[in-house]
Ligand binder design. Sequence first.
Ligand code: BGC
Length: 477
Amino acid sequence: MQKPQQYRHKEIKKNSKRNKKRIKTPKTTIKMPNDYKVSVRLKKDLIRGLGKHSHHRAAVKMLPTFVRATPDGTEKGDYLALDLGGTNFRVLYVRVVEEQQKVVKMDSKICSIPQEMMLGTGEQLFDHIAQCLGEFLESQDLKGQTLPLGFTFSFPCEQKEIDKSILIRWTKGFSCSGVEGQDVVKLLKEAIHRRGDYDIGSVAMVNDTVGTMMSCGYRDQSCEIGMIIGTGTNACYMEEIKNVKRVEGEDGRMCINTEWGGFGDDGSLKDILTEFDEVVDQTSINPGVHTFEKMISGMYLGEIVRLLLVKMAEDKLLFKGETSEALLTPGQFETKYISEIEDGLENAQKILTALGLNWDPVDACVVRLVCDTISSRSARLCAAALATISNRIRVNRGLDHLKTTVGVDGTVYRKHPNFSEELQAAVRLLAPKCDITFLVSEDGSGKGAAMVTAVAQRIWLPGCMLSFIFLPIFVYI
Ligand code: BGC
């Protein structure tokens, strides 16, 4: 990738800003990573993940999704959608209305997933999902119908067919036994059959990034990238099939779930990891896994800030050298505090008081600066990754200039006061030849999953075969 002149110029400016942002403690310096270097490394990893023989050792998995087209606006019908990817599980009843080119949520239900269940057995988890779905169908008087179902399962899966999806590994605090290496659709169907009081129609498995891209694609047909920056982080995009070496075929495009959260798992980001990142990783339930995600996403940002504050207090740079029980407790500094603190000093003061800390006005300002450093790092890492993908799409198509749309979702992106601005500004510098529109998804994990199912149904209608989206021609290796 050629380093644009404009970028070099801005980089010098940014570096001087960054230098100011460095937070020095006697033994530690946190500095902003070199976004450009990160982008160049990811570019190589994307190619490795797509390769037939390099895929198995690639940190960035680049998983084929078999989604070969975005919506064309003729989709219609009633669908169920399930959404599992965080601490809540959702069931939705969705109607896709062709005339209005709209996806309408008829009703939905949220079931919480208790911590014990996230770490329990797969059977318990899927029984809970089946129960929640059963109660919802009962309440909607839908138990007698067998509606097609879109299942947003936001974990890395090797998709064999649209309704066959093998979990590679759990992320985001889940670790249910007996699910890794298994077909998730089979586990869901088995749980439903164990109950025996209702059934479901055909199932389409969807990653949340794909749902996000598809739900935005209904509004803007140039949406070819889906990105999530929430509890976890990830992106998908439309890749040329000829480059997806594990799938047969030369023509057309296929959506690839990058699973960029795994970037760095082979040690490629070692030089930009701080001691705080290392502690977060070591104390997580999946050490060594999803390195990039642990520097970026909502599940981890609060904990990085907490560890930094503890260190600074211990080094007598904050709170008169004192800590508090809450500050010393893992998980007590929530990621939402970062947004709140950056939103205003008054919030910072309230939060520090609630954490039982003996703060003065300078402490509050320093804490705010720490939050800003960590959230900026996250935004710029995401920007580097997104710029890599956009540049790749542009070069793939032999274009001098690419105009494209990214469908985005996730609490970090939506809720943080300046995360989206910072990310967009950094992408503009790193991908100056890409003109990117950011579209916040309207419930990609729910409505998007229904949309994927609707498009899947459309392509099986007689006469529509040529506009296929799902074609299970996976080359098993
Ligand atoms: C998962 C991805 C998911 C992302 C955002 C990651 O932990 O591996 O599949 O898309 O979180 O939810």
